[in-house]
Design a protein around this ligand. Structure first.
Ligand code: SF4
Length: 220
């Protein structure tokens, strides 16, 4: 993958995203906690919906289900009704409750720190497990979703087949993030939501303008 870009460009992209995020990043409740249970629930809710939609229901949800025990005991219809605005509420509610039960029964009510253990939990795949390691445990892990694929296409001209493309995971793993992993990945999410819009990217205010392949080729 290294032939797609140089280390210097990756470094510039990483630093620009982190710097931009530190000034312009959005403030969501799950970004100000490192409680692994709260981060895990946020990441499960964030799949296939927007951060803005989750931010509307997250505070009440966490107030009601502060600990895995409360979520495990809850009526499944109550869980589903609290998250219905996100869509897929029945599947999501079942995954959330089954995950709470697995945490209690399999991990003594603690959220595991090992990738292999996290992915045992119902509804927790590669992305959510890696997100929990990054955002709760400060362990730098590559993260790939639609946002990263979109931004890597725009900036580097890389075409990946989707979030399961191993080449995308390898490429994101080559950014050498150290302790900047949180700002880097949250920065990508916010840049795609606010600046690198799919239809009309706002290149004139983008921190990546100077290194971006797409803007170089599409604007004069
Ligand atoms: S310069 Fe434009 S196309 Fe490139 S990342 Fe920024 S907004 Fe997206």
């Amino acid at each position: 993958m290294k032939n797609f870009s140089t280390d210097a460009v990756q470094r510039a992209v990483r630093n620009s995203i982190v710097e931009w995020f530190n000034t312009n990043g959005r403030d969501f409740p799950w970004r100000s906690t490192t409680d692994p249970y709260h981060v895990l629930i946020a990441e499960m809710l964030l799949r296939r919906t927007t951060a803005t939609a989750v931010s509307r229901i997250y505070p009440d949800f966490m107030k009601q289900f502060k600990q895995p025990e409360q979520l495990a005991r809850a009526n499944i219809r109550t869980i589903a009704s609290m998250i219905h605005t996100l869509g897929l509420q029945n599947v999501r509610a079942q995954h959330l409750q089954n995950t709470a039960l697995s945490i209690i029964e399999g991990f003594n009510s603690s959220i595991p720190q090992a990738f292999e253990e996290l992915t045992i939990l119902p509804g927790v795949g590669r992305y959510v497990a890696s997100a929990v390691l990054n955002f709760a445990y400060h362990i730098p892990m590559p993260l790939v979703d639609g946002n990263t694929i979109h931004l890597m296409f725009r900036v580097f001209g890389l075409t990946f087949t989707g979030p399961n493309d191993q080449r995308a995971w390898d490429f994101m793993g080559s950014f050498n993030l150290g302790n900047q992993n949180r700002a880097f990945y949250w920065g990508i999410i916010d840049l795609v939501a606010l600046i690198c819009l799919r239809k009309s990217p706002r290149c004139n205010i983008c921190p990546l303008q100077g290194v971006c392949k797409w803007t170089h080729e599409n604007t004069s």
